[in-house]
Ligand binder design. Structure first.
Ligand code: FAD
Ligand code: NAI
Length: 466
C-alpha cells in the first residue's frame, strides 16, 4: 500500500501528526507496536499517573483535611488495587477515544513493530509472526522514549522498578526509595507518600526538580516533607540490590561518605532516553546523536529529506504537549505551510500538590545570561480563595526585563498552578509586560489573582495585598 505519510508510533506526537496529515488531505497510516494506542503518555505516563495522583489526593484530603472542613467520616481506607483498576478504566476509555479518532479521520492503523527497509518502505512485524510492508512518500518517526536505567541499578521490574511498574504495584510499599527527585520522582513519590508509604529521595543534584527555578524546588521540598518524606541530596547512587524482601541502595554523598538505605521498593526515575531500538535507521542513514534523532530546526526533517522526527525521540523537553505541537508542525510542513513553534514558551508542570508550573526563563538562567531582570512574588497565603479552601502553600514568581518590563519567566507553585500557567503562556506569546497583566481585571476570589499581584510586585513593588 502506498501512503502520502506513514507515522511510526501512536503517542501524542504520532497520533496528532496523523490526524493533522489527514485533515490536510494526505493518505495516512500509523504504526504502533502495542495493541493500545496513545503511547507512553496515555498508557504509562501522563494519564495513569494523574489518575493515581488524584485518587491518592482524595484519600489524603479525606484523612487529613475533611475534619477542618467540618466533614466527619468513618475510618478512611486506601484500596490500592481499586485505585489501579480505576486508573486502568481511565486509560482504556482514552485508548478507545484515539481509536475512534483514527477511524473518523480515515487513518489506517497498523499494529506491529515498524522498521525501515529503505527511505520509503517500512516493514511491520506483527504479533502473529506475519509481516507487511507499506510505503510512504513521507515518514514521521514518533517512537518516543524509555526510562534511563544504569546497569548497576539492577532493574528487575519487581522491587527495583521504573514509573511503568510504579503505576501498577500490587501492594503499598512500606518504604519506597526514589532515585532521582525530578518530575517522575516528585509525582509518583507523592502518590505513595500520601497513601502512607515512607518515601526517601536520593538525588544527585542539590534539590528537588533541579532543572526548574530553584525557588520552586525549595518550596516543593517543604510540601513533600510534610508528607513525611526524607531527602538525600548531592548523593550519587553506586549500587541497587534486590535482597528478596528488601532492596538495598548504596550511595555516596558529596563528601565521599557512604550512605546505605534499605527499603522494600526502589523507583528509578533518573530521566528517559530516546527510543530508536531496532528501527533500522542504519538502513537509511538517519543521523542520531546520543540516541536522539537529529533534525533540522526549521523543518524537523532528518538528514534524509522525506523522513521527519518529532516528540521525545528528538531534542527538547520530553513533554506530551511539545510532541503534539511538533506533530502538527510536521504535517503542515509536509503540506508546504510555514508553521512555527515557540520552544521558549512550552510550559512545564509537575502535578504534585501543590502543583508546580513554569514557562520561560528561570532566575538562574537569566543570571547566567547576564540579563537585567526584576522579580515580583506573591504568596498564596495572602489570597482569599486559597484561605477559603485551605490551600495556602505556594507562591507566584514573575521575572520581567528590568528595562522594558516584558515578562521573561513565570514560576508558580500552588493549588491549580497547572491551569494558572496558561495565562502566563498567553501573555508571553503576546509579549506582555508585567504591568499589562497587572492592569487586567482578574475575577475575585480566584487563585489567578496571585498572578496579577506578582506582576504588580514586579512592576514597581505595587502588590495590593502584601
Ligand atoms: P511516546 O508517547 O513515547 O509514544 C511512542 C510510541 O511509539 C509508543 O506507543 C511506542 O510503543 C511506539 N513505538 C516505538 N517504536 C516503535 C516501532 N518501531 N514500531 C511501532 N511503534 C513503535 N508529559 C506531559 O506533558 N505531561 C505529563 O503529565 C506527563 N506525565 C508523564 C508521566 C510519566 C510517568 C511519564 C513516563 C511520562 C510523562 N510525560 C508527561 C511525558 C510524556 O509521556 C512524553 O513526553 C510523551 O509521551 C512523548 O510523546 P511521543 O509521541 O514522542 O512518544
Ligand atoms: P527528570 O529529568 O525530571 O529527573 C531526573 C532526576 O534524576 C534529576 O533530578 C537528576 O538530577 C536525577 N538523577 C540523574 N541521575 C541520577 C543518579 N545517578 N542518582 C541520583 N539522581 C540522579 O526525569 P524523570 O523524572 O525520570 O522524568 C523523565 C521525563 O518524563 C522528564 O523529562 C519529564 O519531562 C517527563 N515527565 C513529565 C511529567 C510532567 O510533565 N508532569 C511527569 C513525568 C515525567
Amino acid at each position: 500500500m502506498q501512503y502520502d505519510v506513514v507515522v511510526i508510533g501512536s503517542g501524542p506526537g504520532g497520533y496528532v501528526a496523523a490526524i493533522r496529515c489527514s485533515q490536510l488531505g494526505f493518505k495516512t497510516a500509523i504504526i504502533e507496536k502495542y495493541n493500545a494506542m496513545g503511547g507512553t503518555c496515555l498508557n504509562v505516563g501522563c494519564i495513569p499517573s494523574k489518575a493515581l495522583l488524584d485518587s491518592s489526593e482524595h484519600y489524603y484530603n479525606a484523612v487529613h483535611h475533611f475534619e477542618e472542613h467540618g466533614i466527619t467520616t468513618g475510618k478512611v481506607k486506601a484500596d490500592l488495587s481499586k485505585m489501579i483498576e480505576r486508573k486502568g478504566g481511565v486509560v482504556k476509555k482514552m485508548n478507545d477515544g484515539i481509536t475512534y479518532l483514527m477511524k473518523k479521520n480515515k487513518i489506517d492503523v497498523k499494529n506491529g513493530f515498524g522498521s525501515f527497509v529503505d527511505k520509503n518502505t517500512i516493514k511491520i512485524a506483527k504479533e502473529d509472526g506475519s509481516e507487511e510492508q507499506i510505503t510512504g512518500k513521507n515518514i514521521i518517526i514518533a517512537t518516543g522514549s524509555k526510562p534511563t536505567i544504569l546497569p548497576f541499578m539492577n532493574y528487575d521490574k519487581t522491587r527495583i522498578i521504573t514509573s511503568t511498574e510504579a503505576l501498577k504495584l500490587q501492594e503499598l510499599p512500606k518504604h519506597l526509595v526514589v532515585i532521582g527527585a525530578g518530575v517522575i520522582g516528585a509525582e509518583l513519590g507523592s502518590v505513595y507518600a500520601r497513601l502512607g508509604s515512607k518515601v526517601t529521595f536520593v538525588e544527585f543534584a542539590d534539590g528537588m526538580i533541579p532543572t526548574m527555578d530553584k525557588t520552586m524546588g525549595k518550596e516543593l521540598q517543604k510540601s513533600i516533607k510534610k508528607l513525611g518524606a526524607e531527602f538525600y541530596f548531592n548523593t550519587k547512587v553506586s549500587l541497587i540490590e534486590n535482597l528478596g524482601k528488601e532492596v538495598k541502595i548504596t550511595a555516596e554523598d558529596k563528601d565521599g561518605k557512604k550512605v546505605e538505605i534499605l527499603g522494600d521498593y526502589c523507583l528509578v526515575s533518573i530521566g528517559r532516553r530516546p527510543y530508536v531500538d531496532n528501527l533500522n535507521l542504519e538502513a537509511v542513514g538517519v543521523a542520531t546523536e546520543r540516541g536522539k534523532v537529529l533534525v533540522n530546526e526549521h523543518t524537523l526533517q532528518t538528514n534524509v529529506p522525506n523522513i521527519y522526527a518529532i516528540g521525545d525521540v528528538v531534542r527538547g523537553a520530553m513533554l506530551a504537549h511539545k510532541a503534539e505541537e511538533e506533530g502538527v508542525f510536521v504535517a503542515e510542513t509536509i503540506a508546504g505551510q510555514k508553521p512555527h513553534i515557540n520552544y521558549n514558551l512550552i510550559p512545564g508542570v509537575v502535578y504534585t500538590w501543590p502543583e508546580v508550573a513554569a514557562v520561560g526563563k528561570t532566575e538562574e538562567e537569566l543570571k547566567a545570561a547576564g540579563v537585567a531582570y526584576k522579580s515580583g512574588s506573591f504568596p498564596f497565603k495572602a489570597l482569599g480563595r486559597a484561605t477559603a479552601s485551605g490551600d495556602v502553600d505556594g507562591l507566584v514568581k514573575v521575572l520581567a526585563d528590568k528595562n522594558t518590563d516584558e515578562i521573561l519567566g513565570v514560576h508558580i507553585i500552588g493549588a491549580r498552578a497547572a491551569d494558572m500557567i496558561g495565562e502566563a503562556v498567553t501573555a508571553m506569546e503576546f509579549r506582555a509586560s508585567a504591568e499589562d497583566i497587572s492592569r487586567i481585571s482578574h475575577a475575585h476570589p480566584t487563585y489567578l489573582e496571585a498572578m496579577k499581584e506578582a506582576c504588580l510586585a514586579a512592576t514597581e513593588n505595587r502588590a495590593i495585598h502584601s
